[in-house]
Structure formats: C-alpha cells, structure tokens
Ligand binder design. Structure first.
Ligand code: 3HC
Ligand code: NAI
Length: 698
C-alpha cells in the first residue's frame, strides 16, 4: 500500500488519510493511494462508512501541477472519483485548509462533505489557464446551483466554509477534520441516510434549465474582466454542459475542454507565472534555514498616498500599525482617507460591514518619530528627497528598537546611501510598494550592500503575510520595474516626435493586454511632476512641456495627453493635442511619418527586455522569473503572456536582438543596441530561461 495514504479502522468507520506534503497535491502516487485505500475500505466487511481526510496543513490543494505536460500516469483522477462515487458505503470528505481544484473535485465525488471553520473551497483552475478537468464543472453546479458555480469556476475565487455550508456544498462545520468526519459518518449510518451522488441530482439545475438567462447573466458578470483570457470562457462553456447535457456527456466534453487548454500557450504561461511567484520568495544567496525576525507591530512613517495604502495592507492582515505623521492635520487627512476607502469597500460588499471599524482600531495614528519604539518593522513613506530620508533615518537610529527592520518605500533613491544615515545598515532595506498600495500586489524588496540575510527574510515573509508578492531586487535607479518602464517611456515619447499619436501608442499597448498605455498612465500620475523635474535639471521634452505650458497636467486638470469629461476617468482622444503635437513638430522642423502598430509594439516591449537583460547581467535581479513577477504584479502585465522575459523567450531572443539593432540604427539611438547578455543568448540560440541551468547571468 502506498506511503502517501493509509487506512485506519475505528470499528465501523474506515479513515483514509492522505499525507503528501506540502499540500497533498494529487500526484500519481496520491491518486493511487486514494484508490487503493478506498478499495480496501470497501472490501473490508467491518467498515460501514469511509472518511477521506488529509494530514498536514491542508486538504488536497489540487492536481499536481508539476505533472502537467508530462505523459499521464495511471490511475486517472476521473477513475479514482468514480470508484469513490460508486462506493456502496458512504464516503465523507473531511476538509481543512484548502480544498482546491482536483481536491474539491475529490470531495465532490464523495457522498457528503464536512469542513472546519477556516477551510476554503474552490476551483481555481482558470487562474492556471485551465478548467476543472475531473468533473468539477459538472458536479459543482449540481451541488450549489449554476450561479455560485459560475462564480467559483469562471471567476476562480474560493469560498469560505461558512458560505459553502449555506450553499449546501458542505453538510456540517466541524472542529477537527478527522474526528468531525468520523462523527458525521456515524450520524449518516445511524440515520440510514442514502448515498448522495451529485451526478444523479439535477434538482439545483432546474431553474437554469427553464431559464438559461440565469446562467448567461452570471457568466456575463464574471467574464467582464476576462479580456484576452481563453480559460474563463471555456470554463463557462463547460458549466453550460452541466445544464444542457446528461452527466456523462458533460463530463466527456469537460475533459476535452481541459485537455485543449492544458496544451495552450496561455495555460503554459499561467502555470509558469504560478511557479515564478513562488520561486521569487526564495532569496538567492541567503543561507538555507535563515530565520526571519519576529514582526508583531509595524510603524509606518508618512500617512500620504503610499503610507496610508501600506497601513491598510497591514491592518487587512490583522497586524497592528503605528502610523506616524509630522502634524495632526496630515494625520487626520490620512486616517480619513483610509476610513473612506474601507467604508466604500464595505458598501460594495467587499468586506463585512464591521470591518472598517475593526481595521481602523488596528491603526494608531500619532505625531512624532519617537513613537516608533515598539515596532519590529518600520516602513518609511515620506517625501521622495534624500534630505528628508536622511533626517528620518537619522532619527530612526535613535528611536527604533534594536533589531527592528528599517525599510524605505523610496521609488528611486539609493538604499545604500539611506543605510549610511544609521549606525545599523544591516537592518536597512527597501520595501517598494506600488500605488495604490492597498490594492497592488507587488513589493520589490531592495537588498542593499549591507542588508543582513535575516532582515531580508523578514521583509519577504511579512510581505507574503500581508498578501503581497515579494521580489528581491538590488539597488539601482528605479529598481527593476521603474527602471524597465523608463525605457518604454523614452520610446513612447520618441514615437510622438516621429508621427504616432498618444492614442495609437496606447491602443497597441492595451491590445497587447496591459491595463493602460504609457500616455494614459502619464495622465493618471500627473504630467507636472516630470515637467518640474525637467525644468530643475534643464532638460527639454518639447511635446510634454508644451502640454504642461497649456495647463494640461493630466487627469487632475481634466486634460493631458487626452481629455476627460468631468468626473470620468475615461481617456478621450483630443484633437487639440494633435494640433499641439503638429505645431511642436513644425517648430522643430520634424517630419511626420506613418508609424506601424508593429513598430510601436516592438519599440514598447523590446527596449524593456533589453533593460531586463542588463538587470540580470548586473545581478540586480537574480532570475528572469523575478523580473516577470515584478511586471505581473506591479504593472498588470497580462498573466497569459507570462511576463516580459518569458514572453521574450517565446518571441525569440535572436529576433528581438536583431530588431533592437535595427531600431538603434534607424532611429539613431545607441541606447537600443542589444545588451551583451541578450546578444550572447541570441547568438547561442538560447533563452533567458536557460540561465537557470547555466546558473549565471553574466
Ligand atoms: N501542484 C504542485 N505543487 C503545488 C501545488 C499543486 N497543485 N500547489 C502548491 N504547490 C507547491 C508550491 O509550488 C510550493 O512549492 P515550493 O515550496 O517548492 O515553492 C508549495 O506547494 C507550497 O505552496 P505555497 O507556497 O503556494 O503555499 P501557501 O500555503 O501559500 O498556499 C495553496 C497553499 C493555497 C494551496 C497554494 O499553493 C495554491 O493556490 N496552490 C494551487 C492550487 C491550484 O491551483 N489547484 C488547482 C490545480 S489544477 C487542477 O486541480 C486540475 C484538476 O481540475 C484536474
Ligand atoms: P505623499 O506626499 O502622498 O506622502 C508623504 C507623507 O509623508 C506626507 O503626508 C507628509 O506629511 C509625510 N511626511 C513627510 N516628512 C515626514 C516626517 N519626517 N515624518 C513623518 N511624516 C512625514 O507621498 P507618497 O506618494 O505617499 O510617497 C511617499 C514615498 O513613497 C516616496 O518615497 C515615494 O517615492 C514613494 N512611492 C510613491 C509611489 C506613488 O505612486 N505615489 C509609488 C511607490 C513609492
């Protein structure tokens, strides 16, 4: 019998326990283990009911994603599930942790399900570019009705045990999974309850069978945000089969859909992204077993745009925050914005009605840096000038408790220099959050020259704890994300001088799948900041300068590269901007030419990839996948394209290097010359991914 699963008999109840760390994924061994043990329990005449449960931190978290793309090994999951469902003895799934994907499908094949209070149940396959491939799309609608099933299958978000209980997916909420499952099994036997096979129960489909719009409107609501993605639509089709076809036919169609997606480029990219995110949490060059420091209380300095958002992220995770400002007025404003934000979310039903008050209670707003004393982690989010950072870090040295991690949220400033203003540079690092900080998931963790390994581990693990995705980067201007973005910005600006319009450039970028183009992004951030900084440095950018001279600062003035109707964030092309560009070009004696969408795409993307190659060669990012994580979670890079470095590998580095060399010459721009690493890989016919096996970027 397999080592990953075992059968114990508690007089008339057989307990099948799966134990395959870390998450009991359904590898061939686990599938075999379940099948063997369930069969053994069925064969044992003493056993009258079977409980299926898991050891370790969670119930089965799904199919084993590492097996995808490899030749399938028996037994097939669907065969395991039919053995469970056709068992003559009741089988009860006892769930704790997360029952996800194939894990929930196992539970759906059982006759009953119980779950612990904190458990979560879901079919997140769409997030991997897939659809549930083992009956999930057929059984879940029968368990909870098509509306909730669509939400879970097409949206991919799990539900709580309480919601699962209300929806009839879970029979009972129990204390411990194994003991609770066993007690429930005894109840089923004592009451002589029938075997409930979801495949045979169409009762919850009746309403949608009579009125299909119940289903189609649920799908329309969920797929509104699925632009460019294939899986949500295929998953919706599969739920449709549950309504329209007999169970076995639906199951067959579901399987076909699953296999089609499994080999799709989108799913490959999404599975890559799943592992890239987890890889990023492993810090290159930190000794194995390095433990982080304890973080029970956090101090955040500055209650502005970023400080407020960061404080919200901590409070959302239940971690108390001391929020520090220079004066009552700024503090009050900052606290007020947080409260309003949470209240708006509660009004939309995003968080419980009592959450805003509870979360506000976790934030202690105070004036004066001397209040950092009890914090284990201090995050500075004050104005972006070295003078202010110097003043703050100098004082932190005096007030922060020994061993506290001291982080700066600076976007561009040198963390090595900031560290010098303290006598404890080993505790200093960057934690670069992205705006809006309560929403955006990325946190670039900036490792400075003297940052201690355990300080770094602390920052990475606390970032994960507050549901951020950390990526460790080195010190340089703009770190990984903004440094690459600057290359795109430079080309976007140049394209206007050559004849492209802002809306044309942005359209190409959004068609590619980015949430916004560079010009709409500029309007959102405000054009005046760059204008002032250019003036200070004596630099010109004639078109952007002309816009600002005309009072067009972006969304905040209702016009920038676009115009905005009052109260709306919709960017509308503005003929005035076209005239302004024409006039500026005429003044400079520049001739316009037709710029193709293909050229725009190449000039938006390839220079970023080139910069990515430099970042790798310098060791500012340890792995190409870390760069991809930065773009996926900080800038909304479309997940189905894996990230810029992954995408570059798909396009082919040889082609990219050639096009960069071409544009370098054509547009007389030496910054576009292919970087040495890109050139080398291109010449050798290699990919960025190959660096992992090479072990070294340079
Ligand atoms: N297959 C293989 N490995 C998996 C896995 C899976 N389904 N789920 C997690 N892992 C691995 C991770 O890669 C990680 O490995 P590492 O330590 O070597 O980096 C380890 O398990 C722990 O994972 P996390 O760091 O993510 O741990 P958390 O505790 O933060 O989260 C989790 C746990 C919520 C289960 C999260 O891992 C998760 O969401 N997993 C994926 C769930 C999923 O997508 N399931 C559906 C799979 S597709 C499917 O089931 C198809 C079916 O319909 C046929
Ligand atoms: P902000 O101007 O909105 O807020 C800064 C706040 O810091 C103000 O409320 C100010 O009163 C307060 N402050 C200044 N000196 C202080 C001191 N000595 N003690 C306590 N509080 C003090 O600025 P924002 O946008 O929040 O930026 C903060 C930092 O975050 C900057 O370093 C910025 O580069 C960085 N950042 C900003 C992003 C953005 O999109 N706004 C994105 C990522 C990082």
């Amino acid at each position: 019998m397999s080592e990953v699963a075992k059968l114990e008999r508690h007089d008339i109840v057989g307990i099948v326990t799966i134990d395959s760390p870390p998450v009991n994924a359904l590898s061939a061994a686990v599938r075999g283990g379940i099948l063997d043990n369930v069969k053994a329990a069925i064969a044992d005449p003493e056993i009258k009911a079977i409980v299926l449960t898991c050891g370790g931190r969670t119930f089965i978290a799904g199919a084993d994603i590492t097996e995808f793309g490899k030749p399938p090994k028996p037994p097939a999951l669907n065969d395991v599930l039919s053995a469970i469902e056709s068992s003559p003895k009741p089988v009860i799934a006892a769930i704790h942790g997360t029952a996800l994907g194939g894990g929930l499908e196992v539970a759906l094949a059982c006759h009953y399900r119980v779950a612990t209070k904190e458990a979560k149940l879901g079919l997140p396959e769409v997030k991997l570019g897939l659809l549930p491939g083992a009956g999930g799309t057929q059984r879940l609608p029968r368990a909870v009705g098509p509306e909730l099933a669509v939400k879970m299958i097409v949206g991919g978000d799990p539900i709580s045990a309480a919601e699962a209980h209300r929806a009839g997916l879970v029979e009972e909420i129990v204390e411990g999974p194994a003991a609770g499952g066993e007690a429930f099994a005894r109840k089923v036997l004592a009451e002589g309850r029938p075997l409930r096979k979801l495949r045979d129960d169409d009762s919850k489909l009746a309403a949608a069978k009579a009125d299909r719009s119940i289903f189609t409107s649920a799908v329309a609501a969920i797929t509104k945000k699925s632009r460019g993605l294939e899986a949500p639509f295929a998953a919706a089709d599969a739920v449709g089969y549950a309504i329209d076809l007999p169970f076995d036919e639906g199951l067959k169609k579901e399987r076909e859909g699953f296999l089609k997606l499994l080999t799709s480029d989108q799913s490959k990219a999404q599975r890559y992204a799943f592992f890239a995110e987890r890889e990023a949490a492993k810090i290159a060059g930190v000794p194995d077993g390095t433990k982080g420091r304890k973080v029970e209380r956090v101090a955040i300095i500055g209650a502005g745009t970023m400080g407020g958002g960061i404080a919200m992220s901590f409070a959302n995770a239940g971690i108390p925050v001391t929020l520090i400002e220079t004066a009552e007025e700024q503090l009050k404003r900052g606290m007020g914005i947080m409260q309003k934000n949470w209240e708006a979310t509660a009004a939309r039903g995003g968080i419980p009605a009592d959450a805003p008050a509870k979360r506000m209670a976790l934030i202690n707003g105070v004036v004066g840096l001397e209040n950092v004393g009890d914090a284990d982690l201090v995050i500075e989010a004050v104005f972006e000038t070295m003078a202010v950072k110097k003043e703050v870090f100098g004082k932190l040295d005096q007030f922060a408790k020994p061993g506290a991690v001291l982080a700066s949220n600076t976007s561009y400033l040198n963390i090595d220099e900031i560290a010098k203003y303290t006598a404890r540079p080993q505790d200093v690092l960057g934690m670069h959050f992205f705006s809006p900080a309560n929403v955006m998931k990325l946190c670039e963790i900036v490792r400075a020259e003297k940052t201690a390994p355990d300080a770094l581990v602390t920052a990475v693990s606390i970032a994960r704890k507050i549901a951020k995705v950390p990526a460790v980067v080195g010190v340089c201007d703009g770190f990984v994300g903004n440094r690459m973005l600057a290359q795109r910005g430079k080309q976007a600006e140049k394209l206007l001088f050559e004849g492209a319009l802002p809306q044309q450039v942005d359209a190409v970028v959004t068609k590619f799948g980015m949430p916004m183009g560079p010009f709409a992004m500029g309007d959102l951030a405000g054009l005046d900041i760059g204008w002032r900084s250019r003036k200070d440095r004596g630099i010109k950018s004639e078109i952007a300068d002309a816009l600002c001279e005309a009072g067009r600062f972006g969304q905040k003035t209702g016009k920038g590269y676009y115009k905005y109707e009052s109260g709306s964030r919709a960017a509308l092309p503005d003929p005035e901007v076209e005239t302004l560009i024409d006039e500026t070009l005429a003044k400079l004696g520049r001739k316009k030419r037709a710029v193709s969408d293909e050229e725009i795409l190449e000039r938006m993307m390839y220079p970023m990839i080139n910069e990515g190659a430099k970042i790798l060669a310098e060791g500012v990012a340890a792995r190409p996948s870390d760069i991809d994580v930065v773009w996926l979670y900080g800038y909304g890079w479309p997940i189905y394209r894996g990230g810029p470095m992954y995408w570059a590998d798909q396009v082919g580095l040889k082609h990219i290097a050639e096009r960069l060399a071409f544009y370098a010459k054509e547009t007389n721009d030496p910054s576009l010359e292919p970087a040495p690493l890109l050139k080398r890989l291109a010449d050798e016919g290699k990919t960025f991914a190959s660096l992992a096996t090479e072990g070294k970027a340079a």
